[in-house]
Write a protein that binds this ligand. Structure first.
Ligand SMILES: Nc1ncnc2c1ncn2[C@@H]1O[C@H](COP(=O)(O)OP(=O)(O)OP(=O)(O)O)[C@@H](O)[C@H]1O
Length: 265
């Protein structure tokens, strides 16, 4: 479904030899869950932005190929990219607090991808309530009319997943979606994503700096360091037998369960 080949990205304001992404290739089959892990600045988000067609125009040189269902993303017009994003690719970001406009009711924002496609109001509302329910928001009908400040961080993240899912995209890209949430809420969001994958066959590209989180949701994983993939494989296998020194370092930096709990005491 997704085939990325020789992706290279160089920001115009970076030094000539510094590539944000430097020769990344991978593919993703329908229904798979693939994680991308790596430290801050390793190129995970830039890779995801290229795949979702969100790279800011005129700021970087991009090379390589990204085929989404056989369609080359790099040759798409801005309008087509917007359509693909609204229809085939859903994206969820780290901070649900900044995803939503504080002055606009939640339901209206969840259904935005349908608004731009000209779907009538009643149909939009019905589908927004459905998507919010699917994302595990109870009383979705009532929450539809609430404002963002009336929802907790976990509820807002569920609402942003609902917004990304409303068009039933083929691919859901999750960029650090649990990072801003506390441990219990993290678990609930991971469970929601697991269900979306298992029950609805949703294909997920899951980006995180935290291998521990990736292990819980992704069947396979790519490890990125300084713009390159240094290791890839089944997540369980990479965990059990990491080959690259950088992967070993990432695994060693994962806090134990007890340490994670203490951090939230
Ligand atoms: N708009 C931009 N302009 C210039 N350089 C950028 C821009 N966005 C990202 N970069 C650079 O690209 C490189 C990769 O960044 P990227 O955001 O993909 O890293 P990351 O692995 O996702 O880390 P983080 O988790 O901190 O976002 C970094 O060196 C970063 O400074």
């Amino acid at each position: 479904m997704l085939k990325v080949s020789g992706l290279r990205v160089h920001f115009h304001n970076a030094s000539p030899e510094r590539y944000a992404v430097n020769g990344v290739s991978f593919s993703l089959k329908r229904g798979e869950t693939l994680g991308i892990v790596g430290e801050s600045g390793s190129g995970k988000t830039v890779t995801a932005m290229c795949v979702s067609g969100l790279m800011p125009r005129g700021k970087a040189d991009e090379e390589g190929s990204i085929l989404l269902d056989g369609r080359e993303m790099f040759s798409c017009s801005e309008e087509n990219l917007r359509r693909i994003r609204g229809q085939d690719v859903g994206v969820v970001f780290q901070d649900p607090m900044t995803t939503f406009d504080p002055l606009c009711r939640i339901g209206r924002q969840v259904e935005e991808a349908l608004t731009v496609r000209g779907i009538p109001k009643m149909e939009r509302r019905k589908r927004a309530v459905e998507a919010m329910g699917l994302a595990g928001l109870r009383d979705a009908e009532e929450l539809y009319s609430r404002y963002p400040y009336e929802l907790s961080g976990g509820m807002l993240q569920r609402a942003s997943i609902a917004a990304a899912m409303i068009t039933k995209p083929k691919l859901l890209i999750c960029d650090e979606v649990t990072t801003a949430l506390d441990v219990l809420i993290q678990e609930q969001i991971l469970e929601l994503l697991r269900n979306l994958n298992e029950d609805y066959g949703m294909t997920i590209l899951f980006i995180s700096h935290d291998l521990h989180v990736v292990k819980k949701i992704c069947k396979s994983v790519l490890v990125m360091e300084r713009g390159k993939i240094v290791e890839r494989g089944e997540t369980a296998e990479v965990f059990a037998r990491p080959q690259h020194a950088y992967t070993k370092k990432l695994i060693a930096s994962i806090p134990t369960g007890a340490e994670r709990c203490r951090a939230y005491d």
